[in-house]
Ligand binder design. Structure first.
Ligand code: SF4
Length: 239
């Protein structure tokens, strides 16, 4: 299988079959904590990186050959080995999947392209959006997410605010916290102001536990994580 991975049991999503919509590590970011290693293709312009017909054909074949697992599936998730919204046809792919199987489709995205109205429009077909936001200032954004030079954190934030207003489904914001990079409490208070504007259903706090793109990327300890959760308020949870 080239584009399908799993199904994987996930604490957040139940049994989820994953689809990747871009070639390996084609991303708008090069996060220091990325579990996939360094970004090999730094991109900003959406295109049909992988023809969605190829993804659909592979999906149909997997579903036909795995009837037992198909019955147990809770989700078909777009995430994979790069930023899924870089595939210009991802909205069409959501519609096509729903014609094959009535299963919810979540999209896990780094939110970098949400300033584009066509990307937000395509996301409206998803059932759950899990965007991430790790920084509230350009300095922290550059340090942790190492974005393509054309991406500004202010635009990412405005894109998130706009999408939240448009989208009626579940919207869970994920924040990856890295010790010494974005866990300073002044930064967390700034992040809280931004998150309040976005108004997600949940704020999921994460900290790296696996191998990361850069060495010495450390998790935030439990005590501080709990303090951050407290600052971010009732919607925040540690995952
Ligand atoms: S956005 Fe995701 S895939 Fe891209 S570099 Fe960051 S963690 Fe890796």
């Amino acid at each position: 299988m080239k584009y399908i991975y799993g199904p994987v049991p996930s604490r957040r999503l139940g049994l989820s079959l994953g689809l990747t919509l871009t070639p390996y590590k084609t991303c708008t970011f090069d996060c220091i904590y990325c579990q996939l290693g360094k970004t090999t293709v730094s991109a900003i312009q959406p295109q049909e990186y992988i023809p969605i017909k190829e993804i659909l054909d592979e999906l149909k074949s997997w579903l036909a050959n795995n009837p037992e697992q198909t019955r147990q599936l809770n989700y078909i998730t777009f995430s994979g080995s790069g930023e899924p919204t870089l595939n210009v046809k991802f909205g069409e792919l959501i519609s096509e999947i729903k014609k094959i199987m009535p299963v919810p489709v979540p999209v896990i995205s780094n939110a970098s392209l949400l300033d584009k109205p066509e990307v937000r429009q395509a996301l409206l077909g998803a059932d759950l959006i899990v965007p991430s936001l790790d920084a509230a200032s350009p300095e922290v954004f550059r340090k942790i997410d190492r974005p393509h030079e054309g991406i500004k954190v202010e635009d990412v934030i405005e894109g998130l605010v706009s999408l939240r207003r448009q989208f009626r489904g579940k919207f869970w914001l994920e924040v990856m916290l890295v010790k010494g990079i974005n866990d300073d409490l002044r930064h967390i208070k700034k992040l809280k102001e931004v998150i309040d504007r976005i108004n997600p259903d949940k704020v999921q706090l994460n900290s790296p536990v696996r191998t990361t793109a850069e060495p010495n990327v450390l998790p935030v300890d439990k005590v501080k994580l709990n303090k951050i959760k407290e600052i971010l308020g009732d919607k925040a949870e540690i995952v």
